[in-house]
Design a protein around this ligand. Structure first.
Ligand code: MG
Length: 261
């Protein structure tokens, strides 16, 4: 069943959302050639704990790290490693925290130094798909409307849309009902109601949508070895529209200013 959150729950969802957003942006600022994903993981772990939060991923079905660090053809659930990132790489950083009993989940794909135009476009379109998916998360729409909004944009570029992993409801647990696929048909699946909280997370591949999992049993890669990008926000459905919870204070102010003009 899908849990609608109370006003009090939403206050806590806002708090944890802003917390993980601040960590995400701090990590983005650290990404440069020479830094390792293990460095990023350790920084994230410290920032979350210093803020009084628990890194939700650690121990989740046995996952050993605070972030999922997925480089180039890795899609999701990548392990952190001591190897330095190289100019031209892209890295998806996915993180979640538990704070006051609620979870915030967010991801972004960050260029390492200068990247190719092909990769710049992949990241840009993934971010656009996320935004379109979020805008479809409205009272009385359906889950299929979110998937459709993402799919129709991604397909304009011929990208493979990962089907093996989806967005999800979120709240006291990281993964709640419903599943939110990044493809779908308008007007299908569960009806969206006020108070629902979702993590929407398109994963787009330059090539095939097919995935495989490495022998570490976690790291998911593209079957053809071509690059993949990932972006995720946690949001609350309000009567006024979707409210993105995983924005920093500064990002919230900027969005408010942009929508006022
Ligand atoms: Mg997620």
């Amino acid at each position: 069943m899908i849990f609608a959150k109370s006003a009090k729950d939403l206050e806590k969802m806002r708090a944890v959302g802003e917390l993980v957003a601040e960590v995400r942006e701090a990590l983005r600022a650290l990404v440069k050639p020479g830094i390792s994903t293990l460095d990023l993981n350790n920084a994230a772990d410290k920032m979350m704990r210093d803020a009084g939060a628990i890194p939700t991923f650690i121990g989740y079905h046995g996952f050993p790290y605070a972030i999922c660090a997925s480089v180039n053809h890795e899609i999701v659930h990548g392990f952190s490693k001591p190897d330095p990132l190289k100019e031209g790489d892209i890295i998806s950083i996915d993180l979640a925290a538990t704070y006051q009993g609620f979870v915030g989940d967010t991801a972004t794909t960050v260029p390492v130094g200068k990247i190719s135009e092909e990769l710049e476009q992949l990241i840009r379109v993934t971010d656009e798909c996320l935004e379109l998916g979020i805008q479809a998360a409205r009272v009385n729409n359906r889950i299929g409307d979110i998937g459709w909004a993402i799919q129709q944009h991604a397909e304009k570029y011929g990208y493979g849309i990962v089907r093996d992993y989806t967005g999800h409801g979120i709240g006291r647990k990281m993964h709640e009902a419903p599943q939110i696929p990044n493809y779908g048909r308008p007007g299908t699946k569960e009806r969206i109601r006020a108070g629902y909280c979702f993590a929407i997370e398109p994963m787009l591949n330059i090539g095939t949508e097919e995935t495989r999992t490495l022998s570490d049993k976690w790291t998911v890669v593209t079957a053809d070895g071509k690059p993949s990008a990932h972006a995720e926000h946690t949001l609350a459905v309000t009567p006024e529209g979707p409210e993105i919870l995983t924005l920093t204070k500064e990002q919230k102010t900027r969005r408010k200013a942009a929508s006022a003009t």
